[in-house]
Design a protein around this ligand. Structure first.
Ligand SMILES: CC(C)=CCC/C(C)=C/CC/C(C)=C/CC/C(C)=C/COP(=O)(O)O
Length: 274
């Protein structure tokens, strides 16, 4: 039995027979203070309230109340069903592709090589290399490019951390958490920070470095292989990497838009021009 909110005596105000006509379709006992799901068992004579011919109230006792009926299961929309199927397929497919997730996995012997690729796309070497280059660079054009690369790398770290913190998708269960230097949000997997960085750096390098065609091809291949290796190592699901590539590609547009130059940020460049 379910207890309703009646008065101390077990009596509850409920409308007289006239009121249902004012609110057609509404059960009278739900109108004036009775708990939802409680049935008015015994209606007493209506009491006319002074001042209005319609303002009459009745008393009813409800000793037994029924629990509210269970809510019907939510009707899943097409989009929700499609998303759920995509995620299920993603998990299944990513697990199959995680052939280097451990030393004993199918391609476990290739794991050291993929871990080297992991370091090649990691934030620390890229930040360290860029800072080192900035310190050594003697040409204003080189410093401008490196300063913007530093800005791009920091922007990437912040944006990835924000999205990981918002989405909070756990890394695949087959991932061994033996990654090279991580920060707290790196326990989450969406999006892949390596994929965002690889895509962004790839666009950056192709735009700002004069490279022979074979080297340009190599840069693109490196970015793609870094992304694929994330899934093979078991660090990520395919959708983490796919979204990471898209996000990194778009991040470069942000860098281009806010390009730092002696004109747009004179204070930054004044440091070197003294
Ligand atoms: C190197 C210099 C000069 C400063 C380093 C500053 C610093 C500690 C920056 C943090 C770099 C860092 C830990 C980046 C995280 C990279 C990472 C593990 C990303 C996760 O990639 P994912 O593909 O697994 O999502």
């Amino acid at each position: 039995p379910y207890k309703g909110s009646g008065t101390a005596s077990g009596e509850q105000l409920c409308p007289p027979p006239l009121l249902p006509r004012l609110w057609p379709g509404t059960p009278p006992h739900t109108l004036l203070g009775a708990s939802a799901g409680c049935r008015c068992i015994r209606a007493a004579a209506p009491v006319r309230l002074p001042g209005s011919p319609l303002a009459t109230l009745g008393l009813c006792g409800f000793r037994t109340c029924e629990p509210p009926p269970p809510l019907p299961p939510p009707d899943p929309s097409c989009a929700a069903v499609a998303l759920r199927s995509l995620l299920a397929a993603d998990l299944r497919f990513s697990r199959q592709l995680g052939v280097c997730a451990g030393e004993r996995s199918a391609w476990g012997s290739a794991r050291p090589l993929l871990r080297l690729l992991e370091v090649s796309g990691h934030g620390v070497p890229w930040l360290a290399g860029t800072l080192y280059g900035l310190g050594r660079s003697e040409s204003p054009a080189g410093r401008e490019v490196l300063l913007n690369l530093l800005f791009a790398l920091l922007l990437d770290l912040v944006l990835v951390a924000v999205v990981k913190g918002l989405v909070r998708r756990r890394r695949p269960t087959h991932n061994k958490m033996d990654m090279f230097v991580t920060i707290s949000v790196d326990k989450y997997s969406f999006p892949s920070g390596h994929a965002t960085r690889a895509a962004m750096v790839c666009r950056f390098v192709l735009h700002h470095l004069v490279l022979a065609i074979p080297l340009r091809v190599l840069v693109v291949l490196w970015a793609i292989i870094v992304g694929i290796s994330r899934v093979m190592l078991g660090r990520h699901n395919v959708t983490d990497v796919a979204f990471g590539f898209i996000m990194g590609y778009m991040q470069y547009n942000v860098v281009k838009y806010f390009w730092l130059s002696p004109l747009s940020a004179p204070a930054l460049f004044a440091v070197w021009n003294q």
